[in-house]
Design a protein around this ligand. Sequence first.
Ligand code: SF4
Ligand code: SF4
Length: 104
Amino acid sequence: MADLKNWKEVPIGGVVDKPASAREYHTGTWRVMRPVVNKDKCINCMQCWLYCPDMAIGGKTSTETKNGMEMTGFDLNYCKGCGTCAAICPVKAIEMKPETEFEK
Ligand code: SF4
Ligand code: SF4
């Protein structure tokens, strides 16, 4: 069996030395797939907003929708392209597209 290192010998990978600093780290920079919403299909159920692990989906109150909420899109500074929103959407209104499609 390989000689495994104990936890004290493993090099430190990264340290968050300041609490409540998550907004300063734009996790969207390493995204390879981008969510795109089809607003014609979206029923504003806000399931994507609820499940997004990065809180990268926007929403606002609205008098135009049945439940009083409207999904407003993605904050690409923080979206890391995990695809959870696309998987959870009950009407398949979100499609994951390769970032290369958006390169200029
Ligand atoms: S792809 Fe992941 S991180 Fe990006 S908006 Fe959807 S659930 Fe959030
Ligand atoms: S889960 Fe789908 S239908 Fe619901 S708000 Fe998000 S995009 Fe719209």
